[in-house]
Design a binder for this molecule. Structure first.
Ligand code: FES
Length: 112
């Protein structure tokens, strides 16, 4: 477990992705943080089909949509639900602790 504070709860709006760059080991992980239907998600902020930020897309029905070609990715698993994307994106455990939004960057939910 390696929980890192990535944002304040005040920065979250339901169904509006928040783009954050999380410093890890001298690198930066681009993540989109999403609070949706009472749950919190952290998903890789780049579409697996192209160099596009998923945080620019819409959130609905447990998924985030890439604005460029419309692939929808499950917020829970990162799996693509619609074409043209065929590869998943990484997702990470996320939780709220007081005023802090925390992400476990050591344990992606999907290991690939
Ligand atoms: S770049 Fe995201 S679906 Fe094509």
């Amino acid at each position: 477990m390696s929980w890192i504070r990535v944002a304040s709860v005040d920065e979250l709006t339901d169904d509006v992705p928040l783009a954050v760059d999380v410093p890890v080991d001298g690198d930066e992980l681009p993540l989109a943080i999403v609070r949706h239907q009472g749950a919190l998600y952290a998903i890789w902020n780049e579409c697996s089909h192209g160099n596009v930020e998923l945080s620019e897309g819409d959130v609905a029905d447990g998924a985030i949509e890439c604005y460029l070609h419309g692939s929808r990715f499950s917020l829970a698993t990162g799996e693509p639900l619609t074409m043209p994307a065929t590869q998943p994106v990484r997702v990470f455990p996320a939780r709220i602790d007081g005023d802090d939004v925390l992400v476990d960057v050591a344990n992606p939910t999907e290991d690939f």
